[in-house]
Design a protein around this ligand. Structure first.
Ligand SMILES: *Cc1c(COP(=O)(O)O)cnc(C)c1O
Length: 436
């Protein structure tokens, strides 16, 4: 077994101690607290291309990429310059700007699945608004979501499965009224029977079924095309809308995201993360007919002081222009595939009990011998202990993965072949440590 020297986290630890006086758990978003891995969270000072540097001066190749938004890596030239240009013209007006048109045009001309879009400031807000639209349009209240899909932290969606095949959800957070949770039904992924039962149990009551394009917040749970088509069919038959939450997959699997990946037409699509080029932006889009129900055209109210913020729009436009270049996604996928294959070959040679699941430029390590994982309950929580060991070894070798085994990794266009080769070697050493 390789003896590992832990990197210094002295300055990060000091900052974290201070932060605990100011913020609950010392953080402004829970997963940042490193509760699921070893050590104190790293306080990041700076990022450039594939790299980030922490307060102690440690350098890392970053595969968290701000949880997905940074598909072009850190400090991308085009994005930085676009933001800098806008800074000279003002930060916010609360009035329309041509930049909103530009970003919308970029998105809509590259996407067959939506006619109109509305910009908001986060993924949570996008999903919350999409649900309101579905309820307003169908005049029904219930929402069906899947165990293992994350849709942000709004009340209706902080709900986990109760016991039984089809039940009302139970809140997964204090502060969510039971009456709200009662409007959300949670079922397992990849289970046609559960879908049938849910529509039999609640006839004419379900406004929408929401699913993550490719579920990627609780491991990477790649669904069968056949199942997604069944989902499309059954929602249509029962007059319920199908919402694709593409906050991760949107602009990650291409401009048409998971909708194209499965070749299915959802009724409403939500976006976030990549769409803002690293700035806070979310959006939801749908057909012209559905979007006509949004205020001020229609009766579904939704607004935002900083919605369509010009600085954020500039970042989004600059990023999406790069993504729209021919072959951008083909290159990203080829790079990711080669990376994953190299690690798989090593795993096979060593006969280690670990899989790497991948789609587009997303990857996920699962410490299991299952060849496919499609449902949340197929993930063994005990296996996360192995991830903790891998995570620590990787940090010590200058590789930054998300601080939880349930989180996926992202490869950006800034990751070079040399970065990836270096990372493959580090992962081999990390796996040797895990399985020593
Ligand atoms: C990140 C995420 C959200 C929430 O977005 P925020 O910008 O964090 O509010 C919603 N849905 C999915 C699929 C996500 O990955």
């Amino acid at each position: 077994m390789t003896k590992q020297q832990d990197i210094s986290r002295k300055k990060s630890a000091e900052l974290f101690e201070k932060a605990k006086n100011y913020f609950p758990g010392g953080v402004n978003s829970p997963v940042r607290a490193f509760k699921s891995v070893y050590g104190t969270p790293l306080f990041i000072e700076r990022g450039d291309k594939s790299r980030i540097w922490d307060a102690d001066g440690n350098e890392f190749i970053d595969y968290c990429c701000s949880w997905g938004p940074l598909i072009l890596g850190h400090n991308n030239d085009q994005v930085r310059e676009a933001v800098a240009r806008q800074l000279d013209n003002g930060l916010s007006f609360g009035a329309p700007t041509r930049l909103e048109n530009e970003l919308a045009e970029l998105i809509l001309t590259h996407n067959r699945y939506i006619d109109k879009i509305r910009f908001v400031s986060s993924g949570t807000e996008a999903v919350m608004s999409a649900i309101r639209l579905a309820r307003g349009f169908t005049k029904r209240d219930k929402i069906v979501k899947f165990e293992g899909c994350y849709h942000g932290h709004s009340d209706s969606l902080l709900v986990k499965a109760g016991s039984g095949l089809v039940t009302f959800g139970e809140t997964s957070s204090a502060g969510v009224p039971k009456s709200f949770a009662d409007e959300t039904i949670v079922i397992a992924l990849n289970d046609k029977q559960a879908l049938e039962e849910v529509f039999t149990s609640f006839p004419d009551q379900i406004a929408a079924v929401i699913i993550e394009g490719v579920p990627a917040n609780n491991g990477l749970l790649i669904q069968d095309k056949d199942y997604i088509h069944f989902l499309r069919q059954i929602t249509k038959e029962h007059g319920a809308l199908l919402i694709f939450d593409e906050v991760i997959t949107g602009f990650r699997l291409g401009f048409e995201g998971a909708a194209k990946y499965y070749d299915v037409r959802p009724d409403i699509i939500t976006y976030g993360k990549i769409i803002g080029g690293g700035m806070p932006v979310g959006a939801y889009g749908a057909s012209r007919e559905l979007m006509a129900h949004i205020s001020p055209d229609g009766g579904v109210y939704q607004a935002g002081t900083l919605s369509g913020n010009p600085v954020a729009m500039s970042a989004g436009i600059a990023a999406l222009r790069v993504l729209a270049e021919p072959d951008f996604y083909t290159k990203q996928e080829a790079k990711t595939q080669a990376f994953v294959e190299a690690i798989r070959a090593y795993i096979e040679r060593k006969n280690y009990t670990v899989q790497i699941f991948t789609v587009g430029s997303i990857f996920w390590f699962a410490f299991t011998d299952r060849k496919s994982i499609k449902r949340a309950d197929e993930i063994d929580p005990i296996s996360m202990e192995k991830y903790k060991v891998m995570h620590r070894s990787l940090l010590n070798q200058g590789i930054y993965f998300g601080p939880s085994g349930y989180e996926v990794g992202f490869i950006s266009s800034a990751h070079t072949t040399a970065d990836l080769d270096h990372t493959i070697k580090a992962i081999q050493i990390a796996l040797d440590t895990v399985f020593a």
